[in-house]
Design a protein around this ligand. Sequence first.
Ligand code: ZN
Length: 349
Amino acid sequence: MLIFHGAAHRSHDPSPAMARAGQPPNFDTPDRVDVVLDALRAQGAHRLQLAGDAGLAPIARVHRADYLNFLQTAWERWPRERGAELALPQFWPGPGSPAGGPPARCPDSVVAQLGWFAGDAIAPLMAGTWAAAYGSAQVALSAQRAVTEGVRSAFALCRPPGHHAGTARLAGYCYLNNAAIAAQAFIDGGLRRVAVFDVDYHHGNGTQEIFYERADVLVCSVHADPAEDYPFFVGRADEIGAGPGEGFNLNCPLPAGSDWPTWRAAMETCCRRIEAFAPQALVVSLGVDTHRDDPSGGFKLDSSHYVLMGRRMGELGLPTLFVLEGGYGLEVLGVNVTNVMAGFEGAAS
Ligand SMILES: [Zn+2]
């Protein structure tokens, strides 16, 4: 498989500073990319390529201009007395008073703006966050371009991940929605139907939000029941899309502790929906935090199951772009990702 990667992600490493600030552990460390690259090199049969730079325009097709401007300038504007190593939100506008009252408005203060744009407190900003997020999106865009130009499949080794990032929201380790940016790039390149299949343990709330009212991008997801786990507030089965997008969002939430037979049945439901939609390209939001040893997830998949997962995706017979999302067990991350690739290529050959 053709693998795209980049080095910009290294400038965003919040884990040590989050620990020093007494925050919950941040599992998105730069080693994640290294272990996947090592495993891919060891497996052989892959071509590794550094990502290019397609600029800001394809990112701005998905994310709002005020949000992009905020991400690019926030760290320079951040008052150091509020955090010298990282910026975390402390104030949120909230949903407004149940009794009514004026709508919330966001002032020019960067402290207020961080709460305005942050969905939670686990996506800190640092000096290198924008460069890393921009680089991660470029990895996805380079892989998307390769698929557009005719390779059957490509894998974008993105970090930081993207699927929790909304049109104007950072959340859940995510800043720019790499999978959504790639899916939109397919549409802008002339495709009429693209499917996103999100197999990360956590619901891809950002991707769902971005395409919720659209019929040209089908979003299917297998994930932890939001009643039990992050992102908690969305990801339920009755969220099916709205307006022209009604029927083009499929959520398959599963209970904590779900094992492979349960997960596989939900995957099959998504694959059948994707087949019925007959997309011209498939974007897989590939999170492998469904493994039983992952520190952030609660499912019970074994490494061997990722071969079967990849095989079923290969059987869809579509031009396919894999975009790395979660997967935080450093001992199993490499083998789980390479097993997906092996299964996919086995089915595709
Ligand atoms: Zn995840």
